[in-house]
Design a protein. Structure first.
Length: 274
């Protein structure tokens, strides 16, 4: 069961909320706001995924928090009914509705639209390989989101990630595929035709296999059409609630969001010249 919580993600903070925010939650909500106020975050994302309702009384708490911190907020994954209540209350400017995590980061100015090193001709084989891999291997149709460049200080929301090195005579870097737990479990369940509700050692290797297949397909296309000479590599898997990803390369990475009905996962590519 989800609880009201706050996590610092570097320059921004992430709030998550319980299924129903009721009068009994006032004390913990105030406590979480206090924790966020004392953080060094400059922006805040309110993630209402899975939240069905919130009593209007608490709108003032969010407004008070916004005024006291003088920091910008963005709201994602809020259902239409709650959005309507907030609009009717005239505080939608406080909540600042956004369609995705990536759009919220872009609105904050943390990410930009172009990469200085990774052009569309390099990225496209990875996009196509990802769509093919999940469609064929996992029986899951995915939708491409809007690419963005991620500051190295920013963490994506993830609980499991498959990571593999990209090694060439011209550059070195990493490819990571990053999942929130519920998205990974949904895709894995689609793949084997049986529902799984917990990530354990028996199924976590799938994250590494997805990464390996995607790099293999993209590598084949890139090496055929260029002189990159990208080498084979062995993937690793990292798992844990709210884990962070550290690329080998020092530059900003390009993030490709993909959506399924239940939410987003991310392809994260980072390169430095060899």
């Amino acid at each position: 069961m989800k609880e009201i919580s706050f996590q610092s993600k570097g320059s921004h903070g992430l709030f998550t909320f319980s299924e129903r925010i009721s009068l009994n939650d006032e004390e913990i909500l105030v406590s979480v706001f206090n924790k966020a106020s004392n953080s060094e975050c400059h922006f805040f994302i309110l993630d209402f995924k899975g939240t069905e309702s919130m009593i209007p009384k608490f709108f003032r708490l969010f407004t008070k928090f916004s005024k006291e911190t003088a920091q910008k907020m963005a709201t994602i994954n809020m259902n239409k009914s709650m959005q309507k209540e907030i609009i009717d209350a005239g505080v939608d400017n406080v909540f600042n509705f956004k369609s995705s995590y990536a759009e919220a980061l872009t609105d904050f100015g943390i990410v930009t639209g172009k990469s200085p090193k990774l052009d569309v001709n390099f990225i496209n084989p990875f996009i196509q390989a990802t769509i093919n891999t999940f469609g064929v291997q996992a029986n899951t149709k995915i939708k491409l989101g809007k690419l963005f460049v991620k500051d190295p200080r920013i963490d994506l929301p993830m609980d499991i990630a498959g990571i593999i090195g990209i090694t060439s005579k011209k550059f070195n870097g990493t490819l990571a595929i990053c999942f929130p737990a519920d998205i990974f479990l949904k895709i894995y369940s689609n793949m084997i035709g049986m529902e799984h509700t917990k990530i354990d050692q028996d199924i976590e290797d799938a994250a590494g296999e997805f990464t390996n297949i995607i790099l293999g397909q993209a590598k084949s296309q890139l090496n055929d059409n260029s002189d990159y000479q990208i080498q084979k590599a062995i993937p690793s898997v990292f798992r844990g609630e709210g884990i962070t990803l550290n690329h080998v390369a020092a530059s900003a990475s390009v993030v490709v969001p993909f959506q399924i009905e239940e939410g987003e996962f991310y392809l994260d590519i980072c390169l430095d010249p060899a």
